[in-house]
Write a protein that binds this ligand. Structure first.
Ligand SMILES: [Zn+2]
Length: 76
């Protein structure tokens, strides 16, 4: 949805964008990779208004911070 502007599940183009924020702690719009909100990585969401499907994206610039976190593991 981020790139196509279309829902991959139902084909709708009625998509909302919710910018991730470290302030909204606990609301699912960030990933904690340390103990404080300063170490949170924002998660942007794209929501289909037709079927309710949601996609999540972290910003590619934050990937290294996630890699270095002891709380997050590589899938093997
Ligand atoms: Zn949809």
């Amino acid at each position: 949805m981020k790139y196509t502007k279309q829902c991959p599940k139902c084909g709708s183009y009625d998509i909302l964008y919710a910018k991730g924020s470290a302030e909204s702690y606990g609301a699912g719009s960030n990933i904690m990779c340390g103990l404080t909100t300063y170490s949170a990585v924002d998660v942007d969401r794209y929501i289909c208004c037709n079927c309710g499907y949601v996609e999540h994206f972290v910003r590619t610039g934050d990937i290294e911070r996630l890699r270095k976190s002891k709380k997050i593991k590589q899938v093997e």
